[in-house]
Design a protein around this ligand. Structure first.
Ligand SMILES: [Zn+2]
Length: 74
């Protein structure tokens, strides 16, 4: 058994529960869109915006993943 890195719920294997795994993929997909739209954008800067800007309609799960990844970067 393992734990989701973000919400600590019990999972069979891997690092994320289903919800956070999907959210992480969405986050990574959206990063490509943002790079296309805004040009050069650091991953960390992107995460910061996703985690902090409540106006971006990315969803709570993705926001939690962004928050977790940011903390890990530090
Ligand atoms: Zn989770």
């Amino acid at each position: 058994m393992a734990q989701c890195l973000v919400c600590k719920s019990t999972i069979e294997k891997g690092q994320y529960c289903d919800a956070h795994l999907i959210a992480k993929k969405n986050l990574e997909e959206k990063y490509k869109d943002w790079q296309t739209a805004f040009g050069k954008l650091e991953w960390k800067e992107y995460l910061m915006r996703m985690a902090n800007d409540q106006d971006i309609p990315i969803g709570d799960w993705a926001r939690e993943v962004a928050d977790y990844l940011l903390k890990k970067e530090k």
